[in-house]
Design a protein around this ligand. Structure first.
Ligand code: ADP
Length: 317
C-alpha cells in the first residue's frame, strides 16, 4: 500500500528562551523553526525511511518556504502542500513555565493552515495513501477535519491503516463537533498514541486498564502509551505489554517529542519491524528530539537513531 500521510497545521514556532517568564514583557526569542504536529510527525516518519506525504498549506512567505524546503530535504512528499498567496504561514509562540508546562500563542485559524482544500494534488495523495496518521490538534481546523475524515474512510476502505495521536492542546478548541469527529476516528483507529490523561479521555473511561479494555472493544489493536521521561509501553489486545525505558538525556526542549515518537513508531511498524524494535526507535526519536531546541530539530534518520541508541544509556525503570 501507498505512503503514510498526515493532514493538518504546518506552522513555524518561535520560542521563549527564558523559563518562567511570559510574553507580557519583551524577552529574547529563538526561531522560526519548522513546526506543527503533523509536520513534525511526517518529517520524523520520512527520516526513518518511510514513504511519507503531507497535506496542508503554507503562505507564500519566508516561513512557508523555509518549512517546505526542510520537509522536502528530509524526504517528505510535499506536492499536496498548497502555497497560498493571500494568507500568512501559521505561527506558534511557545513559553515554558517553571514546572515544565508550556503555553502556546497560536495563529492557526487566520493563517494559511486553516485553508486546507481538496485540490487535485490532495486528491492524488488521498487516492494512494496506505496509512493515515491523525493529529488531534488538526481537528480544530474545520477544513482539515473534513479532509481527515474523508482520508480515514478512503484509507480504511482500501485495507490501509489508521493511527491517532490525541495531541490535545488546551489552546485549541474542542467543541462538541470536534469531540464527535475525534471519537469517530478513535473508533476507526488501529493504533492510538496517547500521553498523560489522553488515554482516559480518548476512551471516555477512567482508569488505565478500563480505558484500554474499552479501546480494544472498539477495535483498536495497539496502544502506545507515551510517558515522557518515564519511557513508553505498547499494549496490544490480549498480549503482554512491551515496555521500554526512556533514554537518559538532558531535556532542553520537550516540544515535538511525542510527534517524533509517533513518526518513528509508525514508520517502523509499516517497514515491518516488530513492536519492541519499533518502540526502541520511537523512544530514541522522542529522546533525541528533546535534546535540541526547536520542535523538530532533533528528529533523526535511522542511522542517526542507531548511533543514538548505541551511545545513550537508559534511565532506570
Ligand atoms: P508527548 O509529547 O506526546 O506528550 P512524551 O512527552 O511522552 O509525548 O514523549 C514521547 C516519548 O519521547 C516518551 O515516551 C519518551 O520515550 C521520549 N521522551 C520524551 N521526553 C523525554 C525525556 N525528557 N527523556 C527521555 N525521553 C523522553
Amino acid at each position: 500500500l501507498g505512503p503514510t500521510i498526515c493532514v493538518g497545521e504546518i506552522l513555524v514556532e518561535i520560542m521563549a528562551t527564558t523559563v518562567g517568564r511570559g510574553f507580557l514583557q519583551p524577552q529574547p526569542l529563538e526561531g522560526p523553526f519548522p513546526s506543527g504536529a503533523p509536520a513534525i510527525f511526517i518529517d520524523q516518519c520520512a527520516r526513518m525511511g518511510g514513504t511519507a506525504a503531507l497535506i496542508g498549506s503554507v503562505g507564500d512567505d519566508d516561513f512557508g518556504r523555509m518549512t517546505l524546503a526542510r520537509l522536502a530535504r528530509d524526504g517528505v512528499d510535499v506536492r499536496a502542500v498548497a502555497v497560498l498567496p493571500d494568507h500568512p504561514t501559521g505561527t506558534a509562540f511557545v513559553r515554558y513555565r517553571a514546572d515544565g508546562a508550556r503555553d502556546f500563542v497560536y495563529n492557526i485559524a487566520r493563517s494559511a493552515a486553516a485553508c486546507i482544500a481538496r485540490t487535485p494534488a490532495v486528491e492524488e495523495v488521498l487516492a494512494r495513501a496506505g496509512h493515515l496518521h491523525v493529529m488531534g490538534s488538526a481537528l480544530s481546523i474545520p477544513a482539515a477535519a473534513e479532509v481527515i475524515v474523508a482520508a480515514a474512510t478512503a484509507v480504511k476502505a482500501r485495507g490501509g491503516s489508521l493511527s491517532v495521536d490525541p495531541n490535545l492542546r488546551k489552546e485549541l478548541a474542542q467543541d462538541a463537533a470536534t469531540a464527535r469527529t475525534f471519537a469517530a476516528l478513535v473508533a476507526m483507529a488501529d493504533l492510538l498514541l496517547p500521553s498523560g490523561d489522553e488515554l482516559e479521555r480518548a476512551a471516555g473511561v477512567a482508569g488505565e486498564a478500563a480505558a484500554l479494555e474499552r479501546l480494544f472493544a472498539l477495535g483498536v489493536r495497539e496502544v502506545a502509551l507515551k510517558r515522557g521521561a518515564g519511557g513508553a509501553s505498547v499494549v496490544a489486545a490480549g498480549a503482554a505489554p512491551v515496555n521500554a525505558p526512556a533514554f537518559a538525556v538532558d531535556e532542553v526542549d520537550p516540544t515535538g517529542a511525542g510527534d517524533c515518537f509517533g513518526g518513528a513508531y509508525v514508520a517502523c511498524r509499516r517497514l515491518g519491524l516488530p513492536v519492541a524494535e519499533a518502540l526502541t526507535y520511537a523512544c530514541a526519536a522522542g529522546a533525541r528530539n528533546v535534546t535540541r531546541r526547536g520542535p523538530m530539530e532533533g528528529a533523526g534518520t535511522r542511522s542517526e537513531l542507531d548511533t543514538f541508541i548505541a551511545n545513550t544509556p537508559r534511565r532506570p525503570c
